[in-house]
Write a protein that binds this ligand. Structure first.
Ligand code: PGA
Length: 255
């Protein structure tokens, strides 16, 4: 875990789960379980229609609520999309961008991920930027090239000042929702690679300050080992973020 000033962030990604009522019940359940655990930031990214209820339930606690995506235009003819201004207007602070499910199933590219990232940052949101290689790329030995390219393209024209509001989530696509987790060594190596690319793009100092999470089947059993690595500064958690005991155990592993 980050030895320096980097903030550890344990974030849940609820994906397409939880109605407003279910989110309220979940937050009410987990709130006392994570109360006072302040060595890490704790947040859940929720479906758009669930955000308001989750925020209401989380009021006054150490839990923050974010969104799972955001469009790059301020407004206009983009049926089904939500703008950064709209998220800001309801008090959202964090947004996930570039999740592999968005890239795989909804045609998002490094270009649209970059546009969304810049729009979110310009609106004052904090971004959790997801990137990672697919299985064939890992097997072909080109993981470093892939994550390096994604880091450069997704953060094109993002200033060092804006980067202060960016968390990077390294999520090997083959590990997401599969039960296959990267080994702590694999997670460490690739997070370190991303940090080296950031050092080239910005500076050593800037790169050292960026929180880089690991995501992909992180759970209550493997979290401690993953979070113990120098360059792994937190987790982005899917499945295990839907079960209060499991998520709390991950928060405990980060303490
Ligand atoms: P998982 O999902 O923990 O269910 O693998 C992680 C993610 O998609 O962010």
């Amino acid at each position: 875990m980050n030895p320096s000033k980097r903030r550890t962030v344990i974030a849940g990604n609820w994906k397409m789960n939880f109605t407003p009522a279910e989110a309220t019940a979940f937050i009410n359940e987990i709130k006392p379980m994570v109360a006072g655990k302040d060595n890490c930031d704790i947040l859940f990214c929720a479906p758009y229609v669930t955000i308001a209820a989750a925020m209401e339930a989380a009021k006054g606690s150490n839990i923050k609520i974010g969104a799972e995506n955001v469009h790059f235009a301020p407004k206009g003819a983009y049926t089904g999309e939500v703008s950064a201004e709209m998220l800001k207007a309801i008090g959202v602070e964090y947004v996930i961008i570039g999740h592999s499910e968005r890239r795989q199933y909804f045609g998002e590219t490094d270009e649209t991920v970059n546009l969304r990232t810049k729009a979110a940052l310009e609106a004052g949101l904090k971004v959790i930027l997801c990137l990672g290689e697919v299985k064939e790329q890992r097997l072909a030995g080109i993981t470093d090239e892939i994550v390096g390219m994604q880091t450069k393209l997704d953060l094109a024209d993002v200033s060092a000042e804006q980067l202060k509001n960016v968390i990077i989530a390294y999520e090997p696509v083959w590990a997401i929702g599969t039960g296959l987790t990267a080994t702590p060594e694999q997670a460490e190596e690739t997070c370190a690679t991303i940090r080296r690319v950031l050092a080239l793009m910005y500076s050593e100092e800037v790169a050292e300050s960026v929180t880089i999470q690991y995501g992909g089947s992180m759970n209550e059993k493997n979290a401690a080992e993953l979070l113990a690595k120098t360059n792994v500064d937190g987790g982005l958690i899917g499945g295990a973020s839907l079960v209060a005991e499991k998520f709390t155990a991950i928060v405990d592993a980060a303490q």
